[in-house]
Design a protein around this ligand. Structure first.
Ligand SMILES: CC(C)(COP(=O)(O)OP(=O)(O)OC[C@H]1O[C@@H](n2cnc3c(N)ncnc32)[C@H](O)[C@@H]1OP(=O)(O)O)[C@@H](O)C(=O)NCCC(=O)NCCS
Length: 329
């Protein structure tokens, strides 16, 4: 097993207060039911940002809490890596807006776009920056306001997503604690299966795009499901092999929270019993790259992750992208 270089020294989360229940969709005129949503996805409620709450405000709040726990002041931060599929502005990066709110004046700040896998990719990148000597104290944030990009008239997607942010401070490892292995992969030939077709540089926003609602998320749910189960299984194997561990060595498995059926299939593949799997998809739905840092912060708070715990993260998202990591806390 390699000697860990990067350590997660503090975590934080931010969740909007507004709760949307499955029953609320019927009141919005959608032909759906609590029973269908729970059976097919495991989701019961999700949080929705209210007016004024943004990717920046949620990301900054999660980051502030992570810095507090790590005992790090804004002026000590060397780099801010933000994973988001919902930047507040198309230019500049939302990471610099978070930098300004935090007052992290010494930091370099930039966004990465890897959809739901973005936070795990961000951690791997932070580790590389530590190895390269480019930074000593990094913030890796995921902030997602998916309520701003789902089509609220499309029952096959809007019931699945929610808003949230999570963050970790990453610093140089001490006492053999930190990232033990990581794996990242993507396959752009499958990009059309989960996308926002228009409104970007190729087909800029126009009356036609607005009429077609093609600037919102479109997804082939069945195909995404199939690939996600396969890729998350591969990612699980790769991270465990990299750390020379098996599922039995994992104290807590924190998979991307998109669908309870995908989570159960991945845990079964890895031989990890469900009592060792962190699940909050029922409460928050799919918050894209924020699912894993939010779950990790809750797991630390509730004592399910403590000093010495070995934790496995596995993510999958649009692109497709998928990745994984084993971390010793
Ligand atoms: C979206 C998902 C829950 C749908 O479940 P499914 O079992 O695959 O269901 P299907 O897409 O086959 O749809 C079955 C039927 O339910 C209908 N349906 C879709 N959404 C519905 C809803 N909210 N309420 C009621 N019915 C719905 C469909 O129209 C379809 O009806 P039809 O058979 O008459 O055409 C599932 O495919 C999934 O979770 N996919 C992965 C999504 C994901 O994780 N995305 C993010 C990856 S990061």
């Amino acid at each position: 097993m390699k000697r860990p270089i990067a350590y997660l020294s503090g975590t934080g989360r931010s969740l909007p207060e507004t709760v949307l229940h499955n029953a609320d969709f019927a009141a919005m005129g959608l032909e759906t039911s609590d029973a269908w949503i729970v059976e097919r996805s495991g989701i019961r409620t999700r949080r929705i940002a209210k007016k004024g709450e943004s990717t920046t405000s949620m990301g900054a709040e999660a980051a502030r809490r992570a810095m507090e726990k790590a005992g790090v002041a804004p002026g000590e931060v060397d780099a801010i890596i933000l994973s988001t599929a919902t930047p507040d502005r198309l230019l500049p990066a939302t990471a610099v807006e978070i930098q300004a709110v935090l007052g992290a004046t010494r930091a370099v700040a930039f966004d990465i776009a890897a959809a739901c896998s973005g936070w795990v990719f961000g951690l791997a990148l932070a580790e590389s920056m530590l190895i390269a000597g480019q930074a000593e104290t990094l913030l890796v944030i995921a902030s997602e306001k998916l309520s701003s990009i789902v089509d609220w008239t499309d029952r096959s997607t809007c019931v699945l997503f929610g808003d949230a942010a999570g963050a970790a401070v990453v610093q140089r490892s001490k006492q053999h604690r930190g990232i033990l292995s990581s794996f990242m992969r993507s396959d752009g030939t499958l990009a059309d299966l989960l996308q926002r077709p228009h409104g970007g540089a190729k087909t800029p926003m126009s009356e036609q795009v607005l009429r077609d609602r093609s600037h919102f998320i479109r997804m082939n749910g069945r195909e995404v499901f199939r690939h996600s189960v396969r890729s998350m299984a591969e990612a699980t194997d790769r991270a465990l092999d990299g750390a020379r561990l098996t599922g039995r060595d994992i104290d807590l498995f924190i998979p991307h929270q998109a669908n309870i059926r995908i989570i159960e299939a991945t845990a079964k593949h890895a031989n990890i019993p469900l009592e060792k799997v962190f699940i909050n998809v029922d409460r928050y739905g799919n918050t894209s790259s924020a699912t894993i840092p939010v779950a990790l912060d809750e797991a630390i708070e509730s004592g399910r992750v403590h000093e010495g715990s070995t934790v496995l993260f596995v993510a999958f998202g649009a692109g497709f992208t998928w990745g994984s990591m084993v971390v010793r806390f």
